[in-house]
Design a protein around this ligand. Sequence first.
Ligand SMILES: NC(=O)c1ccc[n+]([C@@H]2O[C@H](COP(=O)([O-])OP(=O)(O)OC[C@H]3O[C@@H](n4cnc5c(N)ncnc54)[C@H](OP(=O)(O)O)[C@@H]3O)[C@@H](O)[C@H]2O)c1
Length: 271
Amino acid sequence: MYSFVNMDLKNKVVWITGASSGIGEGLCYAFAKEGCKLVLSARRAEELLRVKQQTQLKDEDVLLLPIDLEKNSEALVWVQKVIEKFGRIDVLINNGGLSQKGNAMDTTLEVERKIMEINYFGNVALTKAVIPIMKKQQAGNIVVTTSILGKFGLPFHSTYAASKHALYGFYDSLRMELKPHHIKVLLVAPGFIKTNASINSLNADGSLSNENSPAQINGMETSVFARKLISALKSNRTHIYIGKKELLSVPFKMLFPNLFYQLMIKLSKGK
Ligand SMILES: NC(=O)c1ccc[n+]([C@@H]2O[C@H](COP(=O)([O-])OP(=O)(O)OC[C@H]3O[C@@H](n4cnc5c(N)ncnc54)[C@H](OP(=O)(O)O)[C@@H]3O)[C@@H](O)[C@H]2O)c1
């Protein structure tokens, strides 16, 4: 049985991917305040160092582990480095990822594969490399940042939505397989969070968008997001939506799918 007692995070080893900016960066500060030891991963080592310095954690409590999720065949080597430093992994937060903006037919297969490699295969490869450690511990928490676009599609985001839908299929199944080993899976679907996600998204040809979106600019602060995620983790939730009124789109789509899709076509034409 899952425990309904609130989880104590003090001294837990928490590995956060996508830690160099946005949601991941906000999570680093929030988990540091909880007294956790942190592993910070993303490609940009200098940004990981900046985040580490802001957490004010001691060197012995932080590991900077630059990784490229596209090179996910190296996942076992990454895990080994964490074990050498801390000897265990209590919480893995699979948060690193990138978005896409482009008509489906214009988006090259190369871009499709890149996004799936990072958002889906990179995520899954890391989880598969960590699970044997958590099985030995007979304890562990895996947290996955999906998206409300894991629950429905939108024009010009087909690949991104596909990658986030795929995460739901994988982790909803995996959660049941891991239950006998006391490993828990929490899926977190953000709405619009104030980060550089739009700026960092790929265009149809693979170039960087470099354009922000009003949704992102007016989105939820990462510090608020992090507090809500931690509260869901502590109370052993299996799924949570975090955002503002855009979250209403999920029940709206379920209840009135035809109306929902008509509205989304209209809204996206106005862009
Ligand atoms: N912001 C939102 O409104 C929103 C909504 C729904 C879902 N999400 C999801 O939230 C997660 C975090 O995004 P964010 O909003 O915080 O955007 P962000 O500021 O652009 O952060 C993305 C993070 O992912 C890392 N990353 C990207 N490609 C990587 C790769 N190949 N290997 C390793 N790390 C990589 C980036 O670090 P480097 O560039 O240093 O590698 C960065 O730390 C993503 O999975 C995103 O899909 C965000």
